[in-house]
Ligand binder design. Structure first.
Ligand code: ADP
Length: 487
């Protein structure tokens, strides 16, 4: 059978541009889908980093289309192949030609023209969906998060050919809200501004534009798919999601094992496998050296790799730190985000030199070393659609200590009595998410660490868990087959 032709639309794609897990997914899923007879092209904004990569490494970059006026300027669509990805890069300098973060300026505030920047992406996705490129007319358009979701509503309202559509919610906390008066400017008819359209409490929600009209809605774990049906986790979308629950499902993310594999990871100090687990000690020593910690060989070292936001629950960790240290454990943290949290962890480092280390920033190499060297990885999120760092931790033998929410609940097997007896445990879970339960989880983790046999078994179980994209990719492929419009 001819492969399904899929247009994937997202504002980030690893390894070209990444601020979080979204990029990991959109970068890895296309490669895994090739084994499922799905041919993917990925539409991505032409940020400077993306254009530099495409321009330098790829001599076959070809101009596919020109647009005289796309949201107030001329633009080009360039096809290129790099890092195993078939890309369609939207080169629109007036929208994307600025350095730094894709969403916020140097003052950390949203770029003021974000509505137009992502409406342009959606418009081009719609036009490709409708047959702009005769050589590639997609059977399915897959829009990731609010930055791409508007494309589904544009396809809904536009006359003409409509491919099957999927919207994936990577995080419902980002609804993509913009003032109502922009409706026309972003390509929607007046009729779209209703409760059954894109209206969200008096504003336009780009995410809702996708949730309302997509043939299928997915989110990145089965538990999060259930949680978002409740008022508590639904962020105001729960009513809509309940109404559309027949087409909503959760598919747990995988991780890219070509990038995350301790057996051949060039970013860590010493490579190892489940059979040579003892070599992890070299990575722990390197990690302690990098963070200026003393000899922690015999004591548990907790690691964190995270955005520093309220979602991630790291304020609870700051409160738990005195107890963690009193138990003889240490902490290394890599992250950036809210100023108060950045300051809090830096103050903790200053107060406990040699015991607490933190690097404020974004550093992929260091993220790998933390996974390879920390004994346990802490993820105390208040909510977590999937979470990828705990999947990486499983792969690297860092025991995940996680809040029992969303994808964290789906991917870690808690070391309760039965799981330990059955030799199935892979980590520690706690719930509800509050300071007392985090404290208890840290104490329990330290006790397990001191029971060497249980600990090594948990590491071994984790490293043997299938966290690849194979199963998720086959689920996405099955979903595409249900809705593909064949030509
Ligand atoms: P989210 O997408 O909510 O930020 P995830 O756990 O799904 O959280 O994905 C986070 C991804 O970003 C992981 O690949 C993680 O390693 C990476 N990451 C997060 N913060 C940093 C950082 N400061 N430096 C390097 N990588 C980071």
């Amino acid at each position: 059978m001819a492969p399904i032709k899929l247009l994937s639309v997202a504002s980030e794609i690893y390894p070209l541009i990444k601020t979080g897990g979204l990029a990991d997914v959109t970068g890895a899923l296309p490669l895994a889908l090739s084994a499922e007879n799905v041919a993917v092209r990925s539409l991505v904004p032409g940020y400077p980093l993306v254009l530099a990569k495409v321009g330098q490494k790829n001599r076959q970059a070809e101009l596919v289309q020109s647009f005289a006026d796309l949201q107030g300027g001329s633009a080009r669509l360039i096809a290129a192949h790099t890092d195993g990805l078939d890309l369609l890069v939207l080169d629109a300098p007036h929208l994307y030609g600025r350095p730094g973060d894709p969403y916020v300026g140097p003052d950390r505030r949203d770029w003021p023209d974000n509505a137009f920047r992502f409406a342009a992406l959606a418009e081009v996705a719609m036009r490709i969906g409708q047959g702009l490129m005769p050589g590639f007319v997609p059977d399915v358009v897959h829009a990731h998060d609010w930055q791409a979701a508007l494309s589904v509503a544009l396809l809904h309202y536009a006359p003409g050919h409509r491919p099957g559509t999927v919207v994936t919610v990577h995080n419902l906390a980002f609804p993509g809200l913009f003032p109502a008066h922009l409706l026309h400017a972003i390509g929607l008819p007046a009729a779209a501004f209703t409760i059954d359209g894109v209206e969200y409490y008096g504003q336009i929600s780009f995410l809702k534009a996708g949730l309302q009209f997509a043939d299928r809605i997915t989110t990145v774990s089965p538990t999060y798919a259930r949680e978002i049906l409740s008022a508590e986790a639904g962020m105001g979308f729960d009513g809509l999601l309940r109404a559309r629950s027949a087409v909503l499902s959760g598919i747990l993310n995988g991780i890219d094992e070509a990038v995350w594999n301790p057996e051949n990871d060039p970013r860590i100090a010493t490579r190892y496998t489940v059979e040579t687990l003892a070599k992890r000690a070299d990575n722990k020593a390197a990690l302690c050296g990098r963070f200026g910690l003393g000899d922690n060989a015999g004591t548990p070292l907790f690691g964190v790799v995270s955005r520093l936001t309220a979602q991630k629950g790291l304020d609870l960790l700051l409160d738990a730190l005195p107890m963690l240290l009193s138990q003889g454990a240490g902490l290394v943290l890599l992250g950036s985000g809210d100023r108060a949290l950045e300051d809090g962890f830096q103050a903790a480092q200053a107060a406990h030199p040699g015991r607490v280390g933190c690097v404020i920033g974004y550093d992929e190499t260091l993220a790998h070393l933390i996974q390879a060297g920390a004994d346990a990885l802490l993820v105390p999120s208040r909510f977590e659609p999937c979470g990828l760092t705990q999947l990486c931790a499983l792969r690297y033998g860092a025991v995940p200590v996680v809040a029992r929410v969303g994808g964290l609940a789906d991917s870690v097997i808690d070391a309760n009595e039965m799981a330990l007896a059955a030799d199935a445990a892979t980590g520690v879970q706690f719930a509800p998410v509050d300071g007392d339960n985090l404290n208890a989880a840290i104490r329990r983790t330290i006790a397990l660490f001191n029971h060497r046999l249980s600990w090594i078994r948990m590491q071994t179980n984790g490293m043997s868990t299938d966290v690849s994209w194979r199963k998720p990719a086959s689920r996405y492929a099955a979903l595409y087959r249900e809705i593909a419009t064949r030509h």
